[in-house]
Write a protein that binds this ligand. Structure first.
Ligand code: ADP
Ligand code: ZN
Length: 721
């Protein structure tokens, strides 16, 4: 091959052709460096016939500069990149970037210089230096990483290096990862588990595409079962990937994995240091990383020989990426399995309607684990009618729930209060003039965070110090907090039970795998009596002494009115209920609601899961909503409201007419302003057979809009804000 066509790592550029100089060999998938103007860019060689581009004469081609000494990106992954870009209407380069690491990891360096504190206190200890040293503690990393941890500039860290308070150390990054031992400590499976495990083991052995829905109640042993499939992949010298919805779940998973297989798997998430990322990426590409556990982004890594994918908590909406390439990791994972010709397991106690439907029509195989392991029973559930038996004014916990908490405390058992709202109060207003604190950048109220004494916007991160006076009428001490967040519930618990030991679990308190590990250890050691948490506590954890779950506001998720509101509430409450009574003690769940007759609440309390799913599925079928129909959202945004509105109108007017397709809008989005941008939405609703990507591509491709306007397409949207 004397010329090569590349996808270069710049989403604004199309495919580019280069000359392959004498003595250099490349093939599709090779990772190379190419000149672009005065700069150099990383690119990947692609099959030219799959990437139409303007033909450039041989004499105008520039030479490739370098080929990395790495295995080429394999054909199945190249096809996955194409499929993802095509399906989600994203630039190829943006998708391909997820498969590649930083340029540092492309180089075959064996070691990297990191820094850590020496314990020596510098003579000149400025407040900044003190802060940096305190926050860094025992951690190590690049200068830039330590600067971020310490909340200071790189210069401060370098100053500390000069002063001897921080030292450089060489870290080897090609240390091999240990190989998990499939026979380290296998459990004795119960008959239903053993059947399920055998099915999955066979699937791994068969080396063919096979999607499986592993549908088992919380605590039924789904993890133990798919561990057997992983063991099989290890035995046959292949790799396995486990996708988890939150990095907070990684740590408990690592522990369980290590207990079963004798060593940790290779983690992949945004919390890794650069040296860890480099090491993991290279080991994944070489095949030496045998089992990888990761967040969404681990899906696009260049596994050398993938034998199995597991998507745990597969119903979770957080598998949908909402910025950049807006892909759904569960759906792309199924496509990857198909292209790699391997089995994939979607594990969930509350499968998505989409997944259940695929099982119903036979596209996915279904494995059910209807009972909890070891004879543990599902917890008893009861609804507490907040109109019949309301809490005292200014409080949020109904008398029956308070009494249950008290009984649990006396019995020395742990309780969990679930409220999916961070902070102290979702709205602050002035009693005197009615002023409400709104984010200046978003259509959203500022949420009070009492611990940090700030008001914060949960959409854009804007923060302000908690005020004493109303900015409008200047009245002092006139501000009142409206409604509860977890911090306020924690206050209420502290007032009711002054001696109870409590913990708040939200993304504010559990922001790293290490924090999650700390929480798990404290729970296991019995150092916490009552946990107050957001959806972060609803999944994955297994605490045998946790026997009471209180759902503070079961109606909260139902107000949104999007197509999955009922399903999502149902899943969330089922999941959090699943935390109760997982050991030999029986659990109970109390659900506070203003509408005990709502279908979701009825289904939860009566345990009529099938009935609920059937009714929801039927409603979707009637409305031709997913999975029976297709949706795509087009979001138009700009800092200039008139420009956004005008562009949205132009797009709306140009909407193509097709049978079995309707376009709604444009209308201002519920979040009409986000991060300072005005937003409008259009919604495309079509029959499954309509190729909406092609239609949208042609439709938008023929239009132009001002530079400041952004038009993004969200295929299969999960957020309707
Ligand atoms: P799920 O993933 O379905 O919620 P888990 O796999 O977490 O269920 O199992 C629940 C608990 O029961 C875990 O502590 C697990 O180790 C234990 N368990 C499940 N099956 C077995 C088994 N066959 N032998 C021993 N322990 C088991
Ligand atoms: Zn905001």
């Amino acid at each position: 091959m004397s010329r090569a066509r590349l996808i270069v790592m710049n989403s604004a550029l199309g495919p580019l052709d280069y000359r392959v100089p004498q003595g250099m060999t490349v093939e599709p998938g090779s990772v190379v460096v190419a000149p672009l103007g005065p700069r150099q860019l990383v690119g990947v060689v692609w099959e030219p016939e799959r990437l139409p581009a303007e033909e450039v004469g041989d004499n105008r081609l520039r030479n490739l500069i370098h080929v990395y000494d790495l295995p080429p990106i394999a054909a199945p992954l190249r096809r996955l990149v194409e499929w993802t870009a095509d399906y989600y209407l994203a630039p190829l380069a943006s998708v391909l970037r997820m498969a590649l690491p930083s340029t540092g990891a492309l180089e075959g360096a064996r070691s990297i210089t990191e820094y850590r504190a020496t314990g020596h206190v510098p003579e000149r200890l400025t407040p900044q230096r003190a802060q940096a040293l305190e926050r860094i503690g025992e951690r190590q990393g690049l200068v830039s990483e330590l600067a971020i941890i310490g909340g200071v500039s790189d210069g401060v860290i370098r100053g500390l290096v000069k002063a001897g308070a921080i030292e450089a150390i060489e870290v080897t990054i090609d240390d091999p990862f240990p190989v998990p031992d499939p026979d380290h400590d296998p459990p004795a499976l119960e008959p239903a588990q053993a059947d399920a495990a055998a099915t999955l083991r066979d699937a791994v052995e068969a080396r063919a595409f096979a999607p499986w829905l592993l549908d088992g109640v919380t605590g039924s042993g789904k993890t133990e079962v798919y561990f057997e499939a992983i063991a099989e992949a290890i035995r046959s010298d292949r790799q396995a990937l486990v996708l988890l919805p939150e990095i907070a779940l990684t740590e408990p998973f690592l522990k369980r994995f290590a207990a079963r297989f004798g060593c940790d798997p290779v983690p992949w998430h945004s919390g890794l240091r650069q040296s860890q990322r480099r090491r993991a990426w290279r080991a994944i590409a070489s095949g030496e990383a045998r089992v990888v556990v990761g967040a969404r982004s681990s899906l696009f890594l260049p596994y050398r020989d993938l034998g199995l994918i597991v998507v745990d908590e597969a119903h979770e909406a957080s598998f949908k990426q909402e910025d950049g390439v807006q892909y759904h990791a569960r759906d792309v994972a199924v496509m990857r399995a198909k292209l790699e010709e391997i089995p994939i397991v979607l594990a969930s106690a509350t499968p998505a309607i989409e997944s259940r439907y695929m099982a119903e029509i036979g596209t996915y195989g279904e494995i059910k684990l209807p009972d909890r392991f070891g004879g543990a029973r599902m917890p008893d559930m009861a609804a507490l009618d907040m109109l019949q038996d309301p809490p005292p004014r200014g409080r949020w916990l109904a008398p029956a729930l308070v009494q249950a908490l008290e009984e649990n405390l006396e019995a020395g058992e742990q309780s969990l209060l679930f409220l999916n709202r961070r902070g102290y109060a979702p709205l602050t207003l002035c009693r005197h003039c009615g002023y409400r604190f709104q984010c200046p950048n978003c259509t959203a109220w500022m949420v009070e965070h009492r611990f940090t004494r700030r008001l914060a916007c949960h959409h854009c991160g804007h923060v302000m110090p908690a005020p004493h006076a109303c900015p409008e009428c200047k009245e002092e001490d006139s501000l009142v907090a409206c409604g509860p967040g977890v911090e306020r519930i924690a206050d209420e618990v502290a007032a009711l039970f002054p001696t109870a030991r409590t913990a708040i679990v939200t993304s504010d308190t559990i922001w790293s795998p290490a924090k999650a590990a700390e929480f798990v250890a404290r729970m296991e050691a019995g150092e916490i009596d009552i946990v107050i948490g957001t959806q972060l506590v609803t999944k994955g954890y297994h605490f045998p002494n946790l026997t009471l779950v209180g759902v503070v506001d079961a109606d909260l998720g139902l107000s949104g009115g999007d197509l999955r509101a009922a399903e999502r509430s149902f899943q969330q409450i089922r999941q959090v209920s699943g935390r109760a009574g997982r050991g030999d003690k029986h659990g109970r769940v109390l659900v506070q609601t203003h509408d005990p007759s709502a279908r979701v609440i009825q289904a939860l309390v009566s345990g009529d899961i099938e009935g609920f799913y059937e009714a929801e599925t039927e409603a979707r079928r009637e409305a031709a909503m997913p999975p029976f129909g297709r949706l795509a959202a087009i979001i138009v945004s700009s800092e200039d409201q008139a420009e956004a509105t005008e562009t949205a109108r132009v797009i709306g007017r140009a909407a193509p007419r097709h049978d079995n397709m309707a376009v709604f809008g444009p209308a201002p989005a519920p979040l009409a302003m986000l991060r300072g941008r005005h937003r409008l939405r259009l919604l495309v609703h079509a029959n499954r057979a309509v190729p909406i990507q092609d239609i949208i591509r042609d439709w938008l491709g023929a239009l132009q809009w001002p530079r400041g306007v952004r038009v993004s397409v969200d295929v299969d949207p999960y957020s309707f804000l």
